[in-house]
Design a protein around this ligand. Structure first.
Ligand code: FA5
Length: 341
């Protein structure tokens, strides 16, 4: 065998052995490495020593010198590993041994919490629950009957324009009729009245969708709280009292509320409700007395019962309460923002 090949074998062996001893973590792994590399009978160092016989005679002296040097390196590695394992240290390759201190407090897992809008929804349910309103639910994918027709919104009304709504692909129709993501929670008014005789006193909270361009106060997906109260002799005064009570309960007594005349096809008269925010006003919802046409369409007698309805933007209420100046913050998924709630 050429000297150069033998020297290379020795070097490889030394590197492997030193790595094995440095990685030994306890007495057992140290002993296993010792047997493998320097075992008296079948250790690999012994085998290398025997292999020296195959080196050309003229080179044997040089091979022997190198062999002794490698043996010294391996012995030093065994010595270091033995001392380290005896003193309880971790492997030299790993990190220093961790000291376990049972008196330290445990590490609390980081818990998340409910999204601020979900928290707001719970609080609004609570406030309205105290006023005697129970919670009703409705689907987010709606048909045109509940989103428009039953709400007195005729087929040529601009609110039904495909550009103003998220219609679902034509293939997905219900009995051949188009479906859309609901654009308002007023759909639930109809669903409840269709299935419940008066009196009715419900709220419904959930997501609605409109292709609005996102800005500080608009988002294409947002949440509304709908309210509907139908009974004998319900008046606009009841509506205004409930909305004022609701707003002060959620926002505090320093909030001012104002009502502006407005128009919704399903209420008459209709109002837009604004809340004060600093020196400004911001619209938080629409409301009105339920139109007799709507009552008739669900089988109620408008001579017998009357009622009011409102639909308020939940994000805007939450923004006013917490001083959030941009609705987009709620949906960026930035935990630095979210964990403040
Ligand atoms: C309605 O949606 C009516 N359904 C409200 C109603 C219910 C009237 C019952 C009468 C009787 P409007 O489109 O104005 O109305 O929306 C109501 C509120 O939702 C707004 O005042 C605002 O607070 C919120 N809102 C509307 N569009 C957005 C949007 N893109 N992003 C965030 N909030 C919005």
């Amino acid at each position: 065998m050429a000297l150069v090949d033998f020297l290379q074998q020795l070097e490889d062996l030394a590197v492997e052995a030193v790595t094995a001893f440095e990685s030994a973590t306890d007495a057992d792994s140290l002993e296993a490495a010792r047997v493998e590399f320097v075992g008296a009978k079948s250790g690999r160092l012994k085998a290398a020593q025997k292999g020296m016989g195959a080196v050309d005679k003229a080179d044997r002296r040089a091979a022997g010198i190198q062999f002794n040097e490698i043996k010294t390196r391996i012995d030093a590695a065994i010595q270091a590993a033995t001392e380290r394992v005896a003193s309880g240290g971790a492997s030299a390759a790993g990190k220093p041994a961790e000291i376990f201190d049972p008196t330290l407090p445990g590490q609390r897992p980081r818990l998340g919490h409910l999204h601020p809008i979900t928290q707001t929804i719970e609080e609004l349910k609570d406030i309205m629950g105290r006023l005697g309103f129970s919670v009703a639910d409705g689907p987010e994918i709606e048909d045109e009957h509940h989103n428009f027709e039953a709400l007195n919104i005729p087929s040529d009304h601009p609110a039904r324009d495909p550009l103003e709504n998220f219609y679902i692909a034509a293939a997905q129709k219900s009995n051949g009729k188009p479906l859309l993501l609901r654009s308002q929670t007023s759909t639930v008014q109809i669903r409840v009245m269709e299935n419940t005789p008066p009196p009715v006193r419900i709220i419904s909270l959930g997501r609605v969708y409109r292709p609005d361009t996102a800005d500080a106060t608009h988002y294409p997906m947002f949440h509304q709280i709908e309210g509907l109260l139908i009974d004998k002799q319900v008046t606009m005064a009841d509506l205004k009292s409930v909305l004022r009570l609701f707003a002060t309960s959620y926002l505090g007594h320093d909030v001012h509320i104002r009502f502006r005349p407005s128009f919704f096809p399903f209420t008459e008269p209709s109002v837009e409700a604004d809340m004060s925010w600093g020196d400004d006003w911001i619209e938080f919802g629409g409301a009105g007395m339920v139109d007799p046409n709507v009552l008739r369409a669900v089988g109620y007698d408008p001579e017998e019962v009357s009622g009011f309805a409102f639909g308020l933007g939940i994000e805007r209420l939450c923004m006013r309460r917490h001083g959030v100046t941009d609705i987009r913050e709620f949906y960026k998924n930035d935990v630095r923002f979210l964990h403040q709630f």
